[in-house]
Design a protein around this ligand. Sequence first.
Ligand code: XIL
Length: 330
Amino acid sequence: MRRLLIAWLVPLAAIAAVPSPAAGYALGAAVPWDRVRDDVARRALVERRFGSITPENELKMERLQPLQGAYAFASADALVAYAAAHGKRVRGHTLVWHQQHPAWLRSGLWTPAALRAALVDHVTTVAAHFRGRVDSWDVVNEPLDDDGTFRAGDAPWLPVLGPAYIETALRAARAADPDAKLFINEVAAEHKGPKLDALVRLAADLRARGVPLDGIGLQNHTDTAGYPDRARLIDTMRRFAALGLEVEITEMDVGTLRTPGSPADRLTRQADAYGEAAAACDEVRACTRLTVWGLSDRDSWRGAAERALPFDTALRPKPAWRALAGPAGA
Ligand code: XIL
């Protein structure tokens, strides 16, 4: 009985306590389901501190379609159900990428028609499966190289289908889930340069041709040695807002290893990096969510030594968390 009561009360308390920055954008975290599922401390962190969850790996193609046509939704479903039970929004990451796709995709000898059918099948099946449960999708992740050309990676999408794969994926996603916001997500496009220019051109072209695109995700994986400040981010965000698009910071983390100085200095600088991003999202109305890539320094894909996240290895809030969440995050 007590357990039952707690099971009901905890989620309610958690929803009430989630910090909501004054600006009204959501604060999210990438969640590794295998580590969160059975860990009370990590669950408490998610439930108390964040309003949105991005499955860190569970929605990637290698996980969802390990064999062609054999979809495996169990762990993604469990994570999405957990999010719903605790009133969290879910960002879908990612339908099409040049990494973490299954071996059958990489090794196949594809005709354009067969690959296009496989692309549409994957996007349609996954977006339809999560319809009403995932509010936004990174339909295409990292389509560009740093020089602004389209990126092939080790996936067949670009070599076989050309850049049109992006439009194909967006149209299939819209058809499968008309209510989800559709994003292109990109890495290292925060700063001025050919990649950002190319992303703006790509977004403008898609919009002009009526291809369904609702937003741009800026990953903002960065470093205390050189992070985009508030003015930089605002400028970048406004270029997309001017096209009628939403913008999210989708994968923020701030490595600290490369900055000289004491550990405390590094954490202060890191807090500044997070604070600048929060201020930019606050300032730009089109910025609707800021997600950090992982839960704690113990969980970061960049390794614990980088201390890249707002919670330390003991899951305690760092100065970065206060900079990010403001007084509501205390
Ligand atoms: C990373 C995950 O965090 C790792 O657990 C996984 O091994 C590799 O992928 N950009 C992205 C994310 O868009 O999907 C990546 O996530 C980090 C970089």
